[in-house]
Ligand binder design. Structure first.
Ligand SMILES: *Cc1c(COP(=O)(O)O)cnc(C)c1O
Length: 362
C-alpha cells in the first residue's frame, strides 16, 4: 500500500477548541466547513460535539452531512441560503442561518416555517464581501424583529485583515460594528453578537463577544506570519507523512527531477518520497522547504511532482528506504511552509486530497 497518510489527532483538536473558548471568553462555534479544513467534518464534529456550542458550515449540503451523521448540536450556515427553497430544509433540520442580504429577509417573510428561525444578521463593516451596509442594517433588523418566522437574532460581522497585527483596520471594523448594533435589542437592550475568527481571537482581545467563530486555529495552524504567544499554544491536529521509496547516490553536477530545477553541487544522496501535489502538497515548494526525516529536520530539493517529491539525505546517514518523512504536522508547522511563499495554511490544510486519514483520540 502507498505509505502516504494524514494522521488526525482529535485530542489536539479538543485542546485547540478549549483554547478558542478561553480566549473568546464565551461560546465558540467550531467552523468545520470544507470538510473541517481537510480534517474530516463528521469525525471532527463527533469529537467536539460533547463540548462544542455549535458548528459552522458554508452551505446546506455540509450541514446535512453532519445531521445525517447524527450530529444534533446547533449548526450555523455561515452564508445563509443560496436559494429560498432551502428554507424548508433549514426548518426541518433546525439550522441556524446567517442573513446577509435583503432578498433573504424577503424569502423568510414569505416562508411558512414549522418553528421560528435563529438568524445571524451580518453587517458589512468593511470586508465588502457579504453583509448589509451600515445604513440599511437597522431597518433590516427591525423587519426581522417583527417577523413571527424569526426567533433569536444574533448580530455579526467578519474581519478582512485580523491576521495583520499592525493594521488599524480591525479596530475600525469593530468600531463600526459597535456603533451600528449598539442598543438595538428590545427596549434598547444589547443583542447577542459574534465577530471573531481565528486571527481575531488570537490577536485582538477587544473583539471578544458572546459567540466566537474559530476555524483555522481549531486545526492548530497559526494565521500569523510570525511567532505569536497565543498561536504558539495551539497543537497541530494533522500530521501528513509518507516514506522514502527509492534512494539515489548522485555525483556532483547531476539534475534531479522535472526541469532540472535542482542540480547537485557535490556528491548527494537523494531520497524519493511518495507524496506529491496531487495529494495537496504545494507544487511550487522551493528547494529548501522543510521536512522531517526519521525524526530530524531535512529539506525538499527539486521540483515537486504529482505523486512524488525528492529530499536531500545528506546529514541523514541512517535514513533510507522506508524512512518516515513528515511533510507537515508536529515538527514542520503548516506556517513554516507558507513562509516560503508556497501557499497559505488555510489552503494547505483544506487542499489535502487522495491521502487516507487515520484518527487518534476517538
Ligand atoms: C470561515 C469563516 C470563519 C472561520 O475563519 P478562520 O479564519 O478560519 O478562523 C469565521 N466566520 C466566517 C463567516 C467564515 O466564513
Amino acid at each position: 500500500m502507498r505509505p502516504a497518510r494524514a494522521c488526525i489527532d482529535l485530542d489536539a483538536l479538543r485542546h485547540n477548541y478549549r483554547l478558542a473558548r478561553e480566549l473568546g471568553g464565551h461560546k465558540a462555534i467550531a467552523v468545520v466547513k470544507a470538510d473541517a479544513y481537510g480534517h474530516g467534518a463528521v469525525r471532527c464534529a463527533r469529537a467536539l460535539e460533547p463540548e462544542a456550542d455549535g458548528f459552522g458550515v458554508a452551505c446546506i449540503e455540509e450541514a446535512l452531512e453532519l445531521r445525517e451523521a447524527g450530529i444534533r448540536a446547533p449548526i450555523l450556515l455561515l452564508e445563509g441560503f443560496f436559494e429560498a427553497d432551502e428554507l424548508a430544509l433549514i426548518d426541518r433540520h433546525d439550522l441556524w442561518c446567517v442573513v446577509q442580504a435583503q432578498w433573504q429577509i424577503d424569502a423568510i417573510e414569505r416562508a411558512r416555517l414549522a418553528r421560528p428561525l435563529n438568524v445571524w444578521l451580518k453587517l458589512d463593516t468593511g470586508m465588502h464581501r457579504l453583509g448589509l451596509a451600515p445604513d440599511e442594517y437597522r431597518d433590516c433588523l427591525r423587519r426581522l424583529q417583527a417577523l413571527p418566522q424569526v426567533a433569536e437574532i444574533v448580530t455579526m460581522t467578519h474581519f478582512a485583515r485580523a491576521d495583520e497585527l499592525d493594521s488599524a483596520r480591525t479596530a475600525e471594523q469593530l468600531a463600526t460594528f459597535r456603533r451600528v448594533v449598539a442598543g438595538q435589542g428590545p427596549g434598547g437592550s444589547e443583542l447577542t453578537a459574534s465577530v471573531a475568527n481565528s486571527p481575531a481571537l488570537l490577536g485582538w482581545p477587544a473583539t471578544r463577544a458572546q459567540f466566537a467563530r474559530p476555524g483555522l486555529m481549531l486545526y492548530g495552524a497559526s494565521p500569523f506570519a510570525n511567532p505569536h504567544p497565543e498561536a504558539d499554544r495551539l497543537r497541530p491536529v494533522m500530521t501528513l507523512e509518507s516514506q522514502i521509496i527509492a534512494v539515489r547516490d548522485l555525483p556532483a553536477g547531476e539534475p534531479v527531477g522535472y526541469g532540472a530545477r535542482f542540480v547537485t553541487e557535490r556528491p548527494t544522496r537523494v531520497g524519493v518520497v511518495a507524496i506529491g501535489y496531487a495529494d495537496g502538497y504545494p507544487q511550487f515548494a522551493p528547494n529548501g522547504t522543510p521536512v522531517w526525516i526519521d525524526g530530524r529536520p531535512g529539506q525538499v530539493i527539486g521540483r515537486v511532482s504529482m505523486d512524488m517529491l525528492t529530499v536531500d539525505l545528506d546529514g541523514h546517514p541512517g535514513a533510507g528506504m522506508g524512512s518516515r518523512v513528515e511533510l507537515w504536522g508536529k515538527h514542520v508547522r503548516a506556517s513554516d511552509l507558507t513562509e516560503r511563499g508556497a501557499t497559505s495554511a488555510y489552503r494547505l490544510l483544506c487542499g489535502l486530497k487522495r491521502v487516507p486519514r487515520t484518527y487518534l483520540g476517538e
